[in-house]
Ligand binder design. Sequence first.
Ligand code: ARG
Length: 469
Amino acid sequence: MNLLSNDAQQTWSQRFESALHPAIAHFNASIGFDIELIEYDLTGSQAHAKMLAKTGILSTEEGEAIVSGLEQIRQEYHDGQFQPGIDAEDIHFAVERRLTDIIGATGKKLHTGRSRNDQVGTDTRLYLRDQIRQIQQQLVKFQSVLFQKAEQHVETLIPGYTHLQRAQPLSLAHHLLAYVEMSNRDWERLDDVYQRVNISPLGSGALAGTTFPIDRHYAAELLGFDQIYENSLDGVSDRDFAIEFLCAASLIMVHLSRLSEEVILWASEEFGFVTLKDSCSTGSSIMPQKKNPDVPELVRGKTGRVFGHLNAMLVLMKGLPLAYNKDLQEDKEALFDGVKTVQACLEAMTILMNEGLEFRPARLNQAVAEDFSNATDVADYLASKGVPFREAYNLVGKVVKTSLAAGKLLKDLTLEEWQSLHPAFESDIYEAIAPQQVVSARNSYGGTGFQQVKRALDEVRSRLQTLSQ
Ligand code: ARG
């Protein structure tokens, strides 16, 4: 049987009689995916080495040799020369081994006063910090694109729905700005999660701390961590930060998926509110007339993956006794794929909203002129003339019923018909129920009235300016 040679392959081999079964070596190894952490592993180890030198645990020369050896590995990796195989088990062993190849026995001192348990926690946090900042930038870009569209469509109307039934007409800008608000909360949520990602577990050791006089604060400072874990057991076993991230990521996906669903509806023949550009849609292999909204469909589809990762992480953690358990190695694929999926979906949706679709203002404005979504405004009209709202509401219900039966819209009723329904109706009823007026009149704070939408645009503009700085 092709067993891995014992002393050549495993760092811990001296304790063992025989080598790992190759299938088990494969099963156990994380190098296939934790290679993603290499930059962070190198940076984390450089900080650890500097700390060991500063505290006198290693000599200055030893510290320097380690730091530059690690830098050489970084270069080798960038040049495509460092490609560790599964015999290395994971990125941490791979780097330590290569370091020892490069600088000799001093490389074996790097792991003084630390364990892979605090090391992997450190690497994962450094990785996630970077990814969070990148996603936040993407969220700002996404909001900017929606904002620009909104600016162009303040006076374009769109049917507003509840229960997917026509409810009240809206400014299209107001509709788009709703997504800007959602996306802004996503940004803020990530900023909040960042605080709990940016805590250093380094120096927690395997679980209990270390006998060496390490300086955890110094290493944390070198790595830009805001705080250090107070308790070594918690430091090595906490994955709350990853769960929190996946939770924030799931909400981003919820928002992208809801927008996707709307775009898919809007692009249908039945709605016809947008046309998809060729750059962002695909054809069918059999139906020559088709133009499919693949981008929003894929985003909607990928949303489930991110929820799955969140769920996987929650289940992964729920039964784990303190402290490190190998189960924790499973956090990485969930996290990495969650990060990549959110990044890819944000990029695609930003392109789609920016240049992949075009709203059809004529069709949109026409849509709101041909329904009963101004019925509330008739009730409001009467209420403003002193009729109690509930009474007005009941009366308008009757008006809608008779109009429907007569095949008419409210705007088609004659003044006599209006007045036969209630003497308070006067000729200004026609203006009061015209779609532009209906929208413009909803001028309560945060409403769809054009004044409000312009105020909201001003606020979003300055918020985005601050965020892009
Ligand atoms: N590859 C491991 C992981 O990703 C590193 C930590 C290993 N620690 C251990 N005690 N076996 O979790």
